[in-house]
Design a protein around this ligand. Sequence first.
Ligand code: F0G
Length: 457
Amino acid sequence: MELPYAEPYKVKMVESIKRSTKEQREEWIKKAHYNLFNLSSDKVFIDLLTDSGTGAMSDKQWSAMMSGDESYAGSTSYLQLKKVVKKITGYKYFLPTHQGRAAENVLFSVMVKKGNIIPGNSHFDTTKGHIEFRKATTVDCSIDEAFNTIDQHPFKGNIDVEKLKNIFDKNPENIPFVVFTITCNTSGGQPVSMENIKAVSKLCKSYGIPLIFDAARFAENAYFIKMKEKGYEDNSIKEIAKKVFSYGDGMTMSAKKDGLVNMGGFIALNNEEIYKQATVYNIMYEGFITYGGMNGRDMAALAVGLDESTEFNYLESRIEQVAFLGRTLTDFGVPVLQPIGGHAVFIDANKFVPTIPRDEYRAQALAIELYIVGGIRGVEIGTVLADRDPFTRKNRYPELELVRLAIPRRTYSLNHMKYIAAVLKNVYDTRNEAKYGYTIIDEAPIMRHFTVKFKKN
Ligand code: F0G
């Protein structure tokens, strides 16, 4: 008999989570103006809002925290982290920041000017936000398969090289860089192949345009390359990751994902001039260059986390747990985005609740229902998140309306996955009763999803 994979860790400490009744949850979500971000976490049973900063650290990370050096300048924890970042990414220059969007803020302050166009593969919302805030625009050059929720293309995060070339040709002198998000969160935690990275890198080089990775989930991307792409079966995750980075000019990183820490981020680059300019913004926005908004102990834990997250056994249990949930839901007939991504399972709300009009935020309505029925907190990745067009102020309707169930790293068990699947099945069985969605009664001018308020229709 072939042995199944098993988690390469055991539990040293547990954290209680609270059960509640359906009636309580109906009351709580109403008081939260039907925004799941407004719920206090003790009102949530299984929290799948995000995989960002919500994972469990290892005993080695906790012990590294005890030896964190809190010196303002020249912290040894900084030096330790710098060494690991160099080892894993190969990039020459490194700047810590307090999280991923802070890295974007610092780097884009140097690289993005008004009127610029920044192509990529379905930019993450903070990335897009930081670009649009600077009166520049993003262009999504994802392959067409990325928008088809049942297409089994193994690398749906890929960029369509022809689309990218067209944008380059139409906008000479106006493209400061390309953002390549690995894995691509917005299109469903979908990986990017080495072959595509190579092709995009070659095109960028021929036009003299830098390639910057949004590398929040680079280790998960490397795992997919190893498992799905010919020629990498025998490479280690660390070898694959380093090869990926070698095709780019730099990266922004949210260490809250594949850094396996609760808070942190960084920029890594090869270009000295951009690095020098970025240090000025880092000092202004984040902190001195040897801490950039992070505690010494957090940098120490991140140095260990980066090493752990790029180990095969960890990644196998991580990705296979997410795949287990995806497969179980597929077996139940629940429409989920295929293939299953690295960090989350995405429910296709267009297929799940087509009866709810799009302008009543059907994916949001589904996310609310999952909370009410099972105490599960997912997140809408649809019209609410897509926000309004910055120029026309009209709602942007994305091709996909999804509910993301993001799985925190090393946190929940297989039984939790079974519970989640059962809740989904029950909601799916009563889907035809859902006819009405929600109306927005209050929203912020940018990144509205965090604070938006709804009323039930
Ligand atoms: N890039 C990607 C691909 C992300 O998924 C995120 C965050 C960021 C950048 C920003 O990083 O949160 O550290 O500032 N994603 C989280 C999520 C919030 O839930 O997907 P951050």
